[in-house]
Design a protein around this ligand. Structure first.
Ligand SMILES: [Zn+2]
Length: 384
């Protein structure tokens, strides 16, 4: 990307390239291993054997389903544990990004696993209830249920889920807090709470985000970001988050997700029963065919991923450009992004293919280039 001014993203440190490549490789390996495990579990008879074993213990279909899912989740996670440990501990330590002990990583991973397994079992029980109760219409019920679940998760994430994993507190820097609230008011975005999230207990990486939906959403700023950036830079990052809120990105992504899930569940409805019968299972509600359902879901997710990433990159660009004319100097976001790239070992120039497939933010070099252009064209224009 041609750039006239010098920033650290011009001279990508070899570490950032190597780190990004390692993370990407581990991500792809994890996906391949997941597919292989599901195929093996299904075709080698392990799934049918597990189902048969559970049937001998209980006659209750939903209890059978729950126990099956629990055992399946344990085995599946054990298969992936080595890669997850390598990515979450070994790589992070090798590149000096980790601030946590191995014990704390395990505890956090276990907590995440428990939460997601409980949610998944609840979700699958409801899904199979729909499959059994409405064999021709369950895909529609599942799509509506999925949407409701995403809204509920969006509602409980800021107040319940995030505090399970991180310490939160109101910004202690009053000057900064006053500046941020004044900016939110100028932008016409009602913000009730700006919280400092303690990321430094586990990582050196710096970040900020909007979490939650509607009135329950919060802007979270990492303590690592507060330490790294100047007030001007933090204000610019905050303005980017305000952009997401002003432009209603969470609701729009949810709307896109709702349409996507409707198509996805309908395709699943078309494929599941037929593929299950072809492989000798009794039908779409056969618990032993569950890995087949997960395989189809993963395949659909894989196809949808680049579309979702493209949509997300578009929204990120909108939020970046939102700050122009709203903060005193858009260059502040450029210098913040530059610092973030350096600290987080982000690759500012990934290959186009990698960007298209996996990047949910535009690469940092691109963000800096369009911000520079927008700042130049808007300089001298009245502030909106
Ligand atoms: Zn963003």
């Amino acid at each position: 990307m041609p750039d006239d001014k010098t920033t650290t993203v011009e001279s990508v440190p070899a570490d950032a390239k190597r780190y990004s490549k390692s993370k990407l490789t581990v991500g792809i390996l994890r996906l391949v291993l997941s597919f292989m495990f599901l195929l093996a579990f299904l075709s080698l008879g392990a799934s049918a054997a597990l189902d048969g074993l559970i049937r001998r213990v209980t006659d209750n279909y939903y209890l059978q389903l729950s126990v099956y899912l629990l055992v399946f989740a344990v085995v599946y996670s054990a298969v992936l544990l080595g890669l997850d440990f390598y990515s979450g501990v070994v790589l992070e330590r090798r590149y000096g990004l980790s601030n946590q002990t191995v014990g704390r990583w395990f505890l956090r991973d276990l907590k995440q696993w428990l939460l997601s397994t409980v949610l998944a079992i609840g979700g699958f029980v409801l899904l199979y209830r729909a499959i059994r109760g409405w064999p021709a219409w369950w895909w529609l019920i599942a799509a509506v249920g999925w949407f409701v679940m995403l809204v509920l998760i969006g509602k409980i994430t800021p107040a319940i889920v995030v505090p399970l994993f991180y310490k939160l507190r109101p910004l202690t820097d009053r000057d900064l807090a006053d500046r941020l609230f004044a900016l939110a008011q100028r932008c016409g975005v009602p913000v009730k709470r700006v919280l400092e999230i303690r990321l430094s207990r586990e990582t050196k990486k710096a970040n900020a985000a909007v979490v939650g939906l509607g009135r329950d959403r919060r802007i979270l700023i990492g303590d690592t970001l507060l330490d790294l950036c100047s007030h001007d830079e933090i204000e610019a990052v905050f303005a980017h988050e305000l952009g997401h809120m002003a432009l209603r990105h969470s609701w729009k992504l949810l709307g896109v997700g709702a349409v996507g899930s409707l198509v996805g569940f309908y395709l699943l409805y078309l494929l599941l029963g037929r593929s299950a019968a072809a492989l000798g299972f009794t039908g779409q509600e056969d618990i032993a065919a569950l890995p087949l359902l997960i395989l189809w879901l993963m395949l659909f997710g894989l196809i949808v991923q680049p579309l979702h990433a493209a949509w997300s990159r578009y929204f990120e660009r909108q939020a970046d450009l939102f700050i122009v004319g709203r903060v005193a100097d858009p260059q502040s976001l450029i210098s913040a992004l530059d610092k973030l790239a350096e600290r987080n070992l982000a690759d500012p120039h990934p290959s186009r293919l990698v960007e298209l497939l996996f990047y949910d933010h535009p690469p940092i070099a691109k963000r800096i280039a369009y911000l520079r252009q927008a700042a130049e064209t808007s300089s001298g224009a009245p502030r909106s």
